[in-house]
Design a binder for this molecule. Sequence first.
Ligand code: 13P
Ligand code: ZN
Length: 336
Amino acid sequence: MTFKDLGLSDSRLILKDALKNKYLVGAFNFNNVEQMQAIIEAAHETRSPIILQAAWGGVSHFRKEIFPHVVKGGMEYNRFLADKDRTTPVPVALNLDHGATFEQCEACCRLGFSSIMIDGSHHEYEENVRLTAEVVKMAKSYDPDINVEGELGIIGGQEDEVISDDKRYTDPAQAIDFAERTGVDSLAISAGTAHGAKKFQPKDLIRDEKGNMVPPPLKTDIVKEISLKKPELPLVLHGASAIPEEYVKLFNSYGGTLNEAIGIPDSYVKAMAPTSICKVNIHSDGRLVFMAALRKGLADKSGSIEERNFLNLGKEEMKNYYMYKMKEVLLSSGHA
Ligand code: 13P
Ligand code: ZN
């Protein structure tokens, strides 16, 4: 099975368009059908190209025998929405997020992913080069149109099984060497973001010109230096969730205990649109928004067993939130 059989678009073309037209493509993780619907509906409403993504933990949650069929259903839904509005389906790609081993990457090529991330960033540099180059060779022999994303530098924080106490910024000169020796189509860099809902500790915050405490600015010089030498290489920003305070408050006011949650301000991400950052990974925001709506719904209707209604509350909240992201932060609306 190839990604074309699932009705997915070529990830490399999606990234190329974002690079040329200076916008950001949202790569949104999903862990259930309602979340996939929310992402596809938001993309339709805003006419945005999107990348659906799942880490190996997400694929295993669905069961790998089921996962491609769910995505294929999503693509049929994409076509249905287009026909209904007398328009075209939006470009949708599917990426393996943080592939940890050659075997996971190979399995996802077989399942019909249009993009594979091999995350060898925790290895020594030479081992990262070797493993990534091996995955590129395998993926291209499977289908030359599969996009392979590598990672260089260490992005801190925690997301599912990806945990890092360490944080190391990407060295731009090494990034050029890495891209040339591995043949990756896109590269994830470490430029000041982190995974999860707790990206910074309060002590890491700095005071902005208005006197508000904010996270330190992202290292845009790293992006600039890489793109100066390799302007055609699409870069990827992981750990880009904003963790909006209003949703943390909502989550906590219905029994949640998410403390000291700090994300990346939307303005920091939006400022990346004109650079060679093309893909922005967002997972924690979707989880937070979905769970906050679910918590509120469960408390409001504590006598109800109608699970569909509760899951729909999460879905609608996520859809509205991602529409805002696409329009106001990623600037991807109107590019599908
Ligand atoms: P967040 O935890 O900031 O959503 O980052 C997600 C991510 O980088 C997925 O690869
Ligand atoms: Zn990530």
